[in-house]
Design a protein. Structure first.
Length: 286
């Protein structure tokens, strides 16, 4: 009996320590996921174009002055960095932490950003102004052409459907936003132009395919928060239990969607078997 009690006295604290270390690791150890996508629309003269995808930071810090995540992104040597929303968290709003990451990213490559549902509110105006002052391309229902090699590619961004004040449905609002976004760069030659879309919501994949988007970057699902062996994510906003688009690469027709598991947390503060993620997409010519 005494031996059993003595064992418990050191086994129990050790078990607590192991569990605490595991939970900390799951929430803070950033993983890198890489995809290679071949496209004949990538302009001639370019053999490779590297895009780093960040999403759902929710004002989380990774090292002093975001040094941990900055170091990882720097090693990936991006040509472009995209941020697909929820840079801040509406419940634990910390613009300084979020802007620090964006400032660091602009030192590595051009940065393009779209809103998520957590940006909705009166503080967006100040956040947007600060991002623009840092040189971030704030893509609110707009598109731009990027010169590349012997041609150019198009990048578009749309607001999260939470900005829909008409309440006529996410699909209707997204279609409206996409029409506005594409209008500025619409031309007769667009069918031959590689189009990249930044949109926070992965559950609206069917809309992206209908608009014949070549490559969409999305987030929002947080990887399902808890990932179950052989099943994937447990639950995601907008998709419910066992979400279809929780994280990874999805292809339908000529459209590819990359969904990142994201970086931070919001309502539920813990990730399990679902570490924070930085995504690298390398575009190549066939």
């Amino acid at each position: 009996m005494r031996m059993t009690k003595k064992r418990l006295l050191w086994i129990l604290p050790l078990a607590i320590l192991v569990v605490a270390a595991f939970l900390y690791y799951e929430n803070n150890a950033i993983g890198i996921t890489k995809y290679e996508i071949s496209s004949a629309k990538l302009p001639e003269g370019v053999s490779s174009y590297r895009i780093v995808h960040l999403t759902d930071l929710h004002s989380k810090s990774f090292g002093k002055e975001q040094s941990t995540i900055t170091s990882k992104v720097k090693q990936l040597k991006p040509d472009l960095i995209v941020m697909t929303g929820d840079l801040v968290d509406s419940r634990r709003y910390n613009a300084e932490t979020s802007l620090t990451l964006m400032r660091k990213m602009t030192e590595l490559a051009p940065v393009y950003y779209v809103t998520g549902n957590h940006e909705y509110g009166p503080r967006l105006t100040a956040l947007q102004k600060a991002l623009k002052e840092l040189g971030v391309h704030v893509m609110r229902n707009k598109s731009e052409m990027i010169k590349l090699g012997n041609g150019e590619i198009r990048i578009a961004g749309v607001d999260d459907p939470v900005f829909n004040l008409k309440a006529d449905g996410d699909v209707a609002k997204l279609n409206e936003n996409m029409a506005a976004a594409m209008q500025a760069t619409e031309s007769e030659n667009n069918s031959d132009t590689l189009t990249i879309l930044l949109s926070h919501r992965p559950e609206l994949f069917s809309v992206y395919t209908q608009h014949k988007i070549d490559l969409t970057f999305s987030g929002h699902a947080h990887g399902g928060q808890v990932r179950l062996p052989f099943l994937g994510g447990l639950v995601a906003p907008g998709q419910g239990f066992l979400p279809k688009y929780d994280g990874g690469k999805y292809v339908e027709g000529g459209t590819t969607m990359i969904v990142s598991r994201g970086l931070g947390n919001s309502i539920f503060p813990q990730r399990i078997f679902n570490r924070p993620e930085v995504v690298l997409v390398e575009l190549t010519r066939p």
